[in-house]
Design a protein around this ligand. Structure first.
Ligand SMILES: C[S@@+](CC[C@H](N)C(=O)[O-])C[C@H]1O[C@@H](n2cnc3c(N)ncnc32)[C@H](O)[C@@H]1O
Length: 272
């Protein structure tokens, strides 16, 4: 059953593949330092199909994960994959980050990856997460920022296509420039000792896994996903859009370069 949740990337099989590719390509960059203690309980919100969950749960076998998402379809996929991988330290549940079905202080830590950028009220989500995480527990938030994408050779249509994605996501209530805002968001949420670690993807021909895994399978695939909306909103003709996509793929050639920055923020939940 397909669900109608207002989410810019949608729930297609193609998008599921993109989320897996993205998570695998970025696993080391984003998660090399995501380490939890034995017996600790982690709440992962907005887990989708569990693309990050499987990385975290494999790295932290003695930690217990509860991974929630609004989409029943994605949660079912995540559960299926975790079973196939023999990950017995994860439970998947359908839930809304704004109304978590857990008592106060139920978890040792909270974890979120690529969720706040899709929410109308990221502050409300952070405050609900802080409610269910114990005092002195950590909150880890990873988000991208599409304004951080730059590349060589230049292509005007590619730059316009990225701006179209930013605009479409904003019109759906999200904010794909949220990475740069994580420090003030976590600080205003009352978290202590907030630190933000920018994680830059730099891809040129000497890094073929990033050229394919990031430029083609993560970033260009994501931009391509809003093609129909961009054209129907009159932001692009089909020809211009195709030129924009070709311009992004052109950066995969031997003289091409692509840069993008993710932001990984952590903070400590205060005493309530
Ligand atoms: C870009 S996906 C990220 C999935 C996963 N974290 C990953 O990195 O692969 C964003 C997810 O947030 C979920 N989502 C959106 N609004 C939500 C809400 N209010 N509560 C819980 N999940 C939500 C969507 O269903 C989607 O699966």
């Amino acid at each position: 059953m397909r669900e109608e949740i207002g989410y810019v990337h949608g729930y297609t099989v193609r998008e599921e593949g993109r989320l897996y590719d993205q998570a695998q390509t970025l696993a080391e960059l984003l998660h090399h330092d995501t380490v939890y203690g034995a017996g600790e309980r982690i709440l992962e919100a907005g887990c989708g199909i569990g693309a990050q969950t499987r990385i975290l749960a494999s790295k932290n076998r003695r930690t217990r994960f509860t991974s929630i998402d609004l989409s029943a379809q994605s949660v079912a996929r995540g559960r299926e994959e975790a079973e196939l991988l023999g990950l017995s330290n994860v439970e998947f549940q359908v839930a809304d980050v704004y109304r978590l079905p857990f008592d106060d202080d139920s978890f040792d830590h909270g974890f979120v990856c690529f969720l706040l950028e899709h929410l109308r009220d990221p502050r409300g989500a952070l405050s609900e997460l802080a409610r269910v995480v114990k005092p002195r527990g950590t909150m880890t938030i990873i988000e991208g920022d599409h304004g951080s994408a730059y590349f060589y050779p230049a292509c005007t249509e590619s730059e316009r296509a990225i701006k179209a994605l930013v605009r479409i996501q904003a019109e759906m209530g999200g904010n794909s420039l949220i990475g740069r805002q994580l420090y003030p968001l976590l600080d205003e949420a009352g978290l202590e000792d907030v630190t933000v670690s920018p994680r830059m993807v730099y891809a040129d021909r000497t890094r073929p896994k990033l050229v394919e895994g990031f430029i083609r399978d993560t970033f260009t695939a994501m931009v391509e996903g809003v093609r129909d909306r961009a054209v129907s909103m009159g932001l692009f003709s089909v020809e211009e859009w195709e030129k924009g996509v070709r311009g992004l793929l052109r950066t995969m050639e031997p003289d091409g370069v692509f840069c993008y920055t993710f932001f990984k923020a952590t903070g400590i939940n205060p005493f309530k």
